[in-house]
Ligand binder design. Structure first.
Ligand code: FAD
Length: 430
């Protein structure tokens, strides 16, 4: 749905965009084939080197009626629906400073284009970490130095240890954001100027750059826990889901409890991570092994902190209540049997999983519908398609029933009234 805003492609006036950047540093150039966003060609690329530059070029772009899409490492540009058009690609990799590491306060403030790997290196020196659990190939992948702080926030994906330390949305303390009209706004801790009424950092998390361009963000850190043990058990999928629930209900305080259900089988594996200092970790691992009927190992399984399936699969995020996870696992098997698809399911046993579906577009749509039917309402679970081919997107309702859609649209209207930021990418065509 396209509700007003830019509809016709406007050729960017590169000279005026460059003028806007002049006082701040950075450059503007015509886009090439490698700058397409999920198949949508870009017209121009701006690479500011400061928050002020990002805001100035955005102000000018919006004044020209352009559609701007932010790009960090470019590793997840095919997540979310393709934007309606891309007149200006705002490359954030020139915003790559670590602004502050308050080791005593366990806080880090970084510019949006800083690679997450560089942030982890910097805080690792003080035996601290940002617990996002990005898999190694995301940290170094792509052609632009891997996932950035801004891209991580905008996609809002969290790894196994979200169970105990919280998701990205919980770890972000504040964000400074360039809005479509060039206003620099902030909220939460460690920002300069607060915007009343909104927690911008949380709003930006998982919004795919449709509400503003994050230029800087502050995160809560955790001390590294040096000792780890993993406990694994494989068995019938329903049994594994029930044992995983037992671990969650126990006093073992696991850092993560992950379920992996490969496509096409009736078995699944549960992997429990225990973290801490010294021998207590081994004792807790031994107790978990008894509870699960599993074995203890020092290394993570190869699938740990990796999304299921390969890049050609349709990738969906499936949430469920604690008791709904077993339903998701059996719906995966039912979908395979009924629709001839493959459904690999992986994620935290507490109810945030990813599903990789392989099959024809129609069968994939039916499988997504079957997974969605597990939850009686969006409050009890959702299934949203993150990445899919054009053919699958045409066949499937990518978002499903969404609570609070009117509120989301109202926020979009307020922060980006002209629909200049990645229109069409997010739920409800926002
Ligand atoms: C356990 C785990 C596994 C993961 N596995 C995968 C995986 O297999 N594949 C995968 O693609 N991702 C995966 N991710 C998600 C990963 O977080 C993102 O791929 C990555 O962080 C995106 O960073 P990027 O800089 O490459 O973003 P980009 O690809 O550049 O951008 C991604 C999105 O964010 C927007 N954006 C980028 N920067 C900003 C900004 N500064 N302000 C506003 N919007 C912005 C873009 O417009 C785009 O919509 C995983 C995450 C976790 C935690």
């Amino acid at each position: 749905m396209t509700a007003g805003g830019p509809t016709e492609r406007t050729a960017p006036d590169l000279a005026r965009l460059a003028d806007a950047l002049r006082a701040h540093g950075g450059d503007v150039h015509e886009a090439g084939p490698g700058d397409a966003v999920d198949g949508v060609p870009a017209a121009a690329v701006a690479r500011p080197t400061s928050a002020g530059g990002a805001a100035a070029v955005l102000r000018e772009a919006t004044a020209q009626g352009l559609v701007t899409v932010a790009r960090g490492g470019g590793t997840a540009l095919d997540w979310g629906a393709p934007p309606e058009r891309v007149d200006l690609l705002l490359d954030t990799t020139g915003l790559d400073r670590l602004a502050e590491h308050g080791a005593g306060d366990l806080v880090v403030v970084a510019e949006a284009g800083l690679p997450v790997a560089a942030l982890l290196d910097a805080v690792g020196g003080a035996a601290q970490e940002l617990v996002v659990d990005l898999p190694p190939e995301r940290l170094t992948g792509g052609t632009r130095g891997g996932s950035t702080v801004g891209g991580m926030l905008a996609t809002g994906t969290s790894g196994p240890r979200r169970l105990q330390r919280g998701a990205v949305r919980d770890l972000v303390l504040g964000a400074t954001v360039a809005l479509a009209d060039g206003t620099v706004a902030g909220s939460g801790g460690k920002v300069v100027k607060n915007v009343a009424g909104y927690d911008l950092a949380k709003l930006m998390t998982g919004a795919y750059g449709t509400l503003g361009v994050v230029v800087r963000a502050a995160f809560r850190l955790h001390p590294v826990r040096p000792d780890r043990a993993y406990v694994l058990a494989t068995g019938p999928a329903g049994h594994v889901a029930a044992r995983a629930r037992d671990v969650l209900a126990s006093q073992l305080a696991p850092a993560a409890v992950e379920i992996d259900r490969p496509a096409g089988g009736d078995t699944a594996t549960v992997a429990v991570l225990l973290e801490g200092v010294g021998s207590a970790v081994g004792q807790r691992a031994a107790e978990a092994a008894v509870l699960l009927g599993g074995t203890v190992q020092a290394e993570a399984p190869t699938w740990w902190a990796r999304l299921p399936g390969d890049d050609d699969a349709t990738l969906a995020k499936a949430t469920a209540t604690l008791t709904g996870v077993a339903g998701l696992v059996s719906a995966a098997r039912d979908a395979e049997q009924a629709h001839g698809v493959g459904v690999a399911l992986r994620g935290t046993a507490a109810g945030v999983l990813h599903a990789a579906v392989t099959g024809t577009p129609e069968a994939t749509a039916s499988a997504v519908g079957r997974l969605r039917a597990v939850a009686p309402s969006p409050r009890e679970g959702t299934v949203t398609v993150l990445r899919a081919s054009r053919a699958v997107r045409a066949a499937v309702d990518a978002w499903g029933p969404v609570g609070g859609l009117d509120l989301m649209r109202a926020i979009k209207r307020q922060l980006d009234p002209g629909r200049n930021l990645a229109p069409g990418r997010f739920v409800g065509g926002t």
